[in-house]
Design a protein around this ligand. Structure first.
Ligand SMILES: [Zn+2]
Length: 294
């Protein structure tokens, strides 16, 4: 049996990611996740936006008290890295704003968690060279961002270059690639059909396991030990509104797949996924630990 290391990452943000200002999923979905993790005795990393931490400090404390890692996910889920595709109402912040925003986000979370976060993930997996340099300077040890479906090169944790975050270099921080099924032929201009998310709930844990098998096979023929970094969200474990969501001065209507099967179905599938991976001998570690071994 080959060693297979797993990082479960949960991005702690408003409902439906960029699409609402609400925290129903964070409030009601987080306990569901924590119970599943407890049942299987596995540990995970929860990346909080500064705003989510400030508005729901009790959730940050729960996550920490249950033995999981508290990481960071920007101030307000803004795009701090390079946009891979356009998001309505979301312009990337300027490169010169990045260090200050990441410093503030770190301080907000540190105040609430009573410990400094050392792991980070960029919203939408839009990372950049400016981001990893700023994180490194702030003392972060892990950035769980690199979207494998898009860059398709790095398979394992690596120290990024200060000139190009997608290449290996001498920064102290470690980039943890979020895996995708590179064994398949992509029909999407961005390679999103190779990605892991959100298959576990739009289809099933079995569908996600097929992508996992594809990735593991891709690694094995290259003599690489498979490393699987996942991304999920608490709002996927609480029913989300279907169709238009009204607030402020209008309404948004997310694509149906974005909110499909959020709630009990997603919880069942996560439970099955973790059980199956444990049966295969996988080792679950927090992002900071995975980075420490790179
Ligand atoms: Zn996010």
């Amino acid at each position: 049996m080959h060693r297979m290391q797993i990082v479960l990452g949960f991005d702690m943000e408003t409902d439906v990611g960029s699409w609402t200002p609400y925290y129903e999923g964070l409030k009601h979905g987080t306990p569901v996740i924590l119970n599943i993790l407890d049942r299987h005795e596995v540990t995970a990393t929860f990346f909080f936006t500064g705003d989510a931490a400030r508005k729901h400090p009790e959730t940050v404390r729960d996550v920490k008290a249950r033995g999981h890692e508290v990481g960071a996910h920007t101030l307000f889920h803004e795009t701090v890295g390079d946009s891979l595709f356009d998001i309505p109402g979301m312009m990337p912040v300027l490169e010169e704003e990045v260090p200050n925003r990441l410093r503030l986000c770190t301080e907000w979370i540190e105040q609430i968690a009573d410990m400094r976060p050392v792991s980070f993930r960029c919203p939408r997996l839009f990372g950049s060279t400016a981001v990893v340099n700023a994180l490194d300077a702030l003392g972060y040890v892990a950035d769980a961002t690199y979207p494998m479906f898009y860059y398709r090169e790095r398979l394992r944790p690596y120290h990024p270059s200060r000139e190009d975050w997608t290449q290996e270099g001498d920064l102290r921080i470690v980039e943890l690639p979020t895996f995708a099924d590179l064994s398949m032929e992509s029909k999407d201009p961005y390679g999103r059909d190779m990605d892991q998310w959100p298959l576990f709930r739009t289809e099933s844990a079995q569908a996600l396991l097929r992508h996992i098998d594809g990735f593991v096979g891709y690694c094995q023929v290259r003599g690489v030990e498979p490393f699987l970094c996942f991304y999920f969200h608490p709002w996927e474990f609480h029913p989300m509104p279907q169709g238009e969501i009204h607030y402020g001065e209008g309404a948004v209507r997310p694509d149906p797949f974005i909110v499909k099967n959020c709630g009990p179905y997603a919880a069942e599938q996560l439970d099955f996924l973790i059980k199956t991976l444990l049966d295969r001998g996988a080792e679950f570690v927090q992002a900071q630990k995975a980075a420490g071994e790179a």
